[in-house]
Write a protein that binds this ligand. Structure first.
Ligand SMILES: Nc1nc2c(ncn2[C@@H]2O[C@H](COP(=O)(O)OP(=O)(O)OP(=O)(O)O)[C@@H](O)[C@H]2O)c(=O)[nH]1
Length: 442
């Protein structure tokens, strides 16, 4: 469905007026700050026939009251009429909540609402509630409707033909405006079905609103929906069958949604912190390599893979005569040597190999996809790379170092700790044989 251009957005107050201009069931009259009539809809003169012949833009409120009072009180003096007019003007200006009254001529029962406008003027809306008032059975509903007038939900009821029957002040003054500011043309479409149809047209393409587009003929929502108006407010809308028509209840859930989002953000932060803690618990802080704990879980995984047919080997690496580096250059330089040897070996290994620093000047490796020969060859590469490493010790003296390595192959259904001990022994053999070399277990 094509979207309508949203360039000529009406002002909320204007939209409010438009809404009632189109809803046949209500009379609407707009007054400026000086209580002069600026707009009205077709129902207004129908509701107030005595005003009809006078109606012009700029007609003052009191001019609408005077003829009515004269009609109702033909024997009243001019002063009494003027007192009545003044009282009516005071009520007009002081009106706040909805008022339900019967016209003094004994005709319609009306429910009057006033919506103050930013320019100091006001919109007055009258609903004809005669039928409801007269139906004895409706007495209970009336109480309920009065309750809903002050409730924190928006309520709108459409009759069996889909025409607006009732809307409480909250729905109209607060909630509907959030949506209506985005609806450019409500004038020609007054029914419930038309509302949803237009709603779908405007918001089509947005998944939250797509659900609404699927309504058959704009009929009642099959289940409640929560959606965000273009103003940022969130609404939960639930619709129920009501005497052949539809009752729609709009609840502003902005607060709830914002709290939910804040909660979700906090949950995300906690999860990120947990991940950080887990990382820290498994990382050697000096070299950034996996620590003993991490290595043990990698070793167990490698053993399980070998049990299932893979070929992996392990290696134990020990820096040669590391104590003397510490003694000659200090502990800080010793630390840097550990870090650099670690970095050098990491670069020399294959990406799938896992290099860890379990502690001291010792490293441990799981060599992926390697039998004993392959493992020994990769270990010899490590020795050669570390031997080439040159690190600044003092101003005039570079540090050269080497490593001794022991390798062993993981055996299917074997004990990985036992294999590590074998690699350790092979490393000691390499040390005994003169260092800077590889010992092979078995
Ligand atoms: N700078 C530094 N030194 C450490 C660290 N952990 C252990 N060491 C030192 O590393 C040295 C290990 O020495 P050994 O393995 O006993 O012997 P070596 O000097 O390496 O000699 P060989 O192993 O026989 O070649 C000890 O002096 C420890 O104090 C560390 O985190 N930083």
């Amino acid at each position: 469905m094509p979207r309508r251009p949203k360039t000529s957005r009406p002002e909320p107050a204007d939209v409010a007026a438009q809404l009632l201009l189109c809803h046949g069931a209500s009379a609407l009259c707009v007054y400026d700050a000086q209580d002069r009539i600026t707009r009205w809809n077709a129902r207004y003169p129908e509701f107030f026939p005595e005003v009809a012949p006078l109606l012009t833009v700029g007609l003052h409120f009191v001019e609408t009251v005077r003829p009515f009072l004269r009609l109702q009180h033909p024997d009243a003096s001019a002063q009494e009429i003027e007192e009545g007019v003044a009282a009516a003007l005071r009520r007009h200006r002081a009106l706040e909540g909805p008022v339900r009254y019967q016209r003094a001529d004994g005709g319609r029962w009306l429910e009057l609402r006033m919506f103050p406008q930013p320019d100091g003027g006001r919109i007055k809306i009258w609903n004809d509630v005669t039928a409801e008032q007269q139906a004895g059975a409706a007495a209970g509903d009336r109480g309920m409707l009065e309750l809903l007038t002050v409730a924190h939900v928006g309520l709108i009821v459409h009759d069996v033909q889909g025409r607006l029957l009732y809307s409480n002040a909250r729905y109209f003054s607060e909630m509907f405006l959030h949506v209506l500011t985005a609806l450019p043309d409500v004038r020609t479409r007054g029914t419930h079905a038309a509302f949803w149809r237009q709603f779908a047209e405007i918001f089509g393409g947005d998944p939250a609103y797509e659900a609404l587009c699927g309504l058959p003929g704009g009929g009642r929502l099959p289940r409640p929906v929560t959606l965000q108006a273009r103003t940022g407010h969130w609404f939960r809308i639930a619709e129920e069958d009501w005497r052949g028509g539809v009752a729609s209840v709009w609840t502003d859930v902005t607060d709830l949604m914002q709290r939910g989002q804040a909660l979700q953000a906090a949950y995300g932060e906690v999860m990120a912190l947990n991940a950080q803690l887990r990382d820290r618990a498994e990382t050697d802080s000096l070299t950034g390599l996996p620590n003993r704990r991490h290595f043990e879980s990698v070793l167990s995984r490698a053993q399980r893979a070998v049990d299932e047919g893979a070929r992996h080997a392990v290696a134990v690496v020990d820096i040669d005569r590391f104590k003397s580096i510490n003694d000659r250059f200090g502990h800080d330089v010793g630390d840097r040597v550990l870090t650099e040897v670690g970095r050098c070996m990491r670069t020399a290994l294959l990406p799938g190999d896992v290099l860890a620093r379990p502690g001291g000047d010792e490293f441990a490796i799981v060599l992926q996809d390697a039998g004993l020969d392959e493992a020994a060859a990769r270990a010899r590469t490590l020795c050669a790379e570390v031997e080439r490493l040159s690190l600044p010790g003092t101003a005039d003296q570079a540090i050269r170092t080497s490593v001794s390595v022991g390798v062993a192959a993981l055996r299917a259904l074997g004990d990985p700790a036992e294999t590590m001990r074998e690699a350790d022994l092979a490393m000691f053999e390499a040390k005994k044989a003169g260092r800077n070399r590889v010992g092979v277990a078995g």
